[in-house]
Write a protein that binds this ligand. Structure first.
Ligand SMILES: C[S@@+](CC[C@H](N)C(=O)[O-])C[C@H]1O[C@@H](n2cnc3c(N)ncnc32)[C@H](O)[C@@H]1O
Length: 282
């Protein structure tokens, strides 16, 4: 039984990192005329209303996107993401946000006629929202089925250009292993794709075991980004957020070296820290 609903967390500090990186990756892909495939294994609802009961109950976006949206000193690399949120909220000059895009909402902004989008989602309510969100979006394929299997079934994409986002809820501990294993298997089928894997920092040993699985695999060219609000702890709760990115755009590490110190200042505190590390060379 699935209980995770991303609506509670939309626009929080983890979304800021994940979605700003997704924006930079998709922006980079559209610099070439040739079409590409975007595959989202765990899509969520597509778009979120920050005024609804879910987002208001946790208020997580208030220590995320809401703190950045009207800042005058946005780093250049974060600007495309901020512009996208502003476009969705044209009348919110006071910083009161109404809409926040999920990963399909970010993708929709970038995908062109020559590109194809494949979205997987299991939850019976979110698949309905996602299907409604995709109405009139051409070349998008939405499926209520397992995203891990879905990704593997679509690779290699006919265009031989692709971005895969794997963003599980980690409700089940097996997600840590499954997510990395899916990328390792996917890489064997399509080694030139860009893969983005999101993870929470809840228990450091789980992140370490993901890292070790990558390092012991055939995967090359792996970047790790992490932003922790506080030091690791044995207590319950998420202290940080991270991404593993296989075949990142060449300038992404430099861009995140500009973005992460800014996020630490705006969203973090003196205990906060970040990592930009090229874990496996090309
Ligand atoms: C973290 S949320 C996704 C957020 C979304 N990627 C975004 O950035 O806006 C994870 C989603 O995965 C869905 N889910 C859980 N297990 C799944 C599976 N095996 N295949 C596809 N979707 C799954 C959940 O219902 C939830 O909506």
């Amino acid at each position: 039984m699935l209980s995770y609903r991303h609506a509670f967390h939309a626009g929080n500090f983890a979304d800021v990192l994940k979605h700003s990186v997704l924006t930079l990756v998709l922006d980079y892909m559209t610099r070439k005329e040739k079409g590409f495939h975007y595959i989202d294994s765990h899509s969520g609802a597509g778009m979120y209303q920050l005024s609804d009961e879910y987002a208001q109950k946790t208020g997580e976006y208030k220590n995320g996107i809401a703190k950045l949206i009207n800042d005058d000193n946005i780093p250049e690399a974060l600007q495309p993401y901020i512009d996208l949120i502003k476009e969705l909220n044209p009348s919110n000059s006071t910083g009161e946000l109404d809409l926040y895009p999920g990963s399909p909402g970010i993708a929709k902004r970038f995908m062109r006629r020559q590109d194809s989008t494949h979205l997987f989602e299991l939850h019976s309510t979110d698949i309905q929202h996602l299907t409604d969100f995709c109405y009139r979006w051409k070349k998008v394929f939405v499926k209520q089925s397992d995203g891990y299997q879905g990704v593997l079934g679509l690779l290699p994409p006919p265009s031989r250009r692709g971005v895969v986002l794997i963003d599980p809820p980690y409700e089940l501990k097996e997600d840590y292993h499954k997510a990395v294993n899916t990328i390792i298997k996917a890489y064997k089928k399509f080694a030139t794709g860009t893969y983005i894997l999101w993870y929470p920092v809840v228990k450091r040993e789980l992140v370490d075991s993901m890292k070790a699985s990558f390092v012991n695999s055939e995967v090359k060219n792996l970047l790790q980004l992490e932003f922790c609000l506080s030091d690791d702890t044995d207590e319950y709760g998420m202290t940080g957020t991270g991404l593993f990115i296989v075949n990142p755009p060449w300038q992404l590490a430099a861009q995140m070296n500009e973005v992460l110190p800014y996020l630490k200042t705006k969203l973090g505190n003196t205990d906060s820290n970040f990592t930009v590390e090229h874990l496996i060379a090309e």
